[in-house]
Design a protein around this ligand. Structure first.
Ligand code: SF4
Length: 400
């Protein structure tokens, strides 16, 4: 697991600031005041940078070059040129906001939410967290224009109103080639005005990922713990599509959702055939999942038949489907073509059993939090197993 937060020993009386890491180069004069120089032991400091991060100790001879020198703990020695950090000098906190080489950068814009999902991995927090928006508005212009994709997440980002629009506008201006993928519960898109305001920004590549947990309104409302949420979400999805904004439907698979997977697939194929992507996702053992594990956990092997049925049904109706957050060894082999390596690199792990597994390079592996509960069917796959077994479960038909 890659650490994104650390405490620094040295403290200074100064305001928090956002800066880009300069490492292995000292030639970007115009930007030095927006950068922190990262030096390895024995490497010389260069004047003009906002501050300096050193992998070794902050030796006294270096102090005259830059008065603000922080010794960086080993867990952050991976920091690379172009990464972006937020440093709070008074509390000595360092937060890695963006890693240039990662394909999994996302912006958590708020921790507030209007739902209270039983398996929320990032439980909502009340209180003013507007500093997050300001931090990202400072960080976006420093990000690499070669960033392939950037996520927007929360909490519920649509609660930010104008703040969210500002972030999308800034992304369009500074990162015109970067795809933007926003996670939202979709309820605020019930208001057509919000959809129109986002559409008016005319971002070239924006998709909104919206969770839908059942074809039955009361089942969805139970999962998100909000009465009327199903109707708002469905209207929201339709409003977004009406405004020309791409929509992805996300379904988290657990004991409260898997039994109606075939009916869910039929509902989407019939009523929402225009969506751009359907993602069927494994549980992340964080937040409320830890509290509700007993009622949510189901071994993925036990829902392979309805999952296969749902994927086949959606694909037969022309929908683009993916399975996220599942190790390959628990998936029916016929589902492997749609299984994606979806877990963010900083929290993605493999187990002892994975060493020597012939499909590890294409397997999504595990969340670092998955040690809480794992399938009983994790097993190293060998070429021999692959050539002899063609599937994990037999085909099963469902009455809809
Ligand atoms: S053993 Fe590990 S790498 Fe192999 S399929 Fe299972 S989870 Fe993936």
């Amino acid at each position: 697991m890659i650490k994104l937060h650390a405490r620094l020993e040295q403290r200074f009386d100064a305001e928090p600031f956002i800066a880009r890491v300069a490492r292995g180069r000292a030639d970007c004069l115009p930007d030095r005041d927006r950068e922190v120089l990262f030096v390895d032991p024995g490497e010389a400091l260069v004047p003009g940078y906002r501050a300096c991060l050193v992998a070794g100790g902050p030796d006294e001879h270096r102090q005259p070059v830059n008065p603000k020198i922080w010794q960086v703990p080993e867990s952050l020695h991976y920091l690379a040129d172009g990464d972006i950090v937020r440093i709070s000098p008074r509390s000595g906190e360092l937060w890695v906001m963006y890693r240039r080489e990662s394909a999994f950068n996302s912006m958590l814009l708020t921790e507030q939410c209007n739902s209270y999902c039983i398996m929320c991995s990032q439980p909502p927090k009340a209180g003013d967290d507007s500093h997050l928006i300001r931090a990202y508005l400072d960080a976006i212009p420093l990000m690499s224009q070669d960033t392939c994709e950037l996520g927007i997440t929360g909490g519920e980002p649509t609660l930010l109103g104008e703040g969210l629009l500002e972030v999308i506008r800034s992304c369009k201006e500074h990162l015109p080639k970067t795809s933007l993928h926003m996670l939202s519960n979709g309820r605020m898109f019930n208001y057509l005005t919000l959809c129109r305001e986002i559409a008016a920004i005319d971002h070239p590549d924006l998709m909104v990922g919206i969770p839908l947990y059942s074809d039955l309104p009361h089942r969805h409302d139970f999962v998100v713990q909000a009465e009327g949420a199903f109707d708002q979400t469905i209207r929201g999805i339709m409003n977004l599509a009406r405004c020309g904004i791409s929509v992805e439907i996300r379904m988290v698979l657990h004991r409260e959702t898997v039994d109606r997977l075939p009916q869910f697939a039929r509902f989407i194929a019939r009523n929402l055939p225009f969506v751009d992507h359907v993602a069927l996702m494994g549980l992340e053992m964080m937040g409320f999942v830890r509290m509700n594990l007993g009622s949510l956990w189901i071994d993925p092997v036990d829902y392979q038949a309805p999952l296969l049925h749902a994927v086949v049904h959606l694909e037969q109706h022309g929908l683009n489907v993916s399975i996220y957050n599942h190790p390959l060894c628990v998936l029916d082999r016929r589902l492997w073509p749609v299984a994606k390596k979806s877990i963010s690199d900083w929290k993605n792990e493999y187990l002892e059993e994975c060493h020597g597994c012939v499909v590890q390079d294409r397997c999504g592996g595990f969340f670092a939090s998955s040690s809480l509960r794992r399938s009983d069917h994790i097993r190293r796959l060998t070429s021999e197993v692959l050539s002899t077994e063609c599937q994990v479960v037999p085909t099963q038909s469902f009455t809809l």
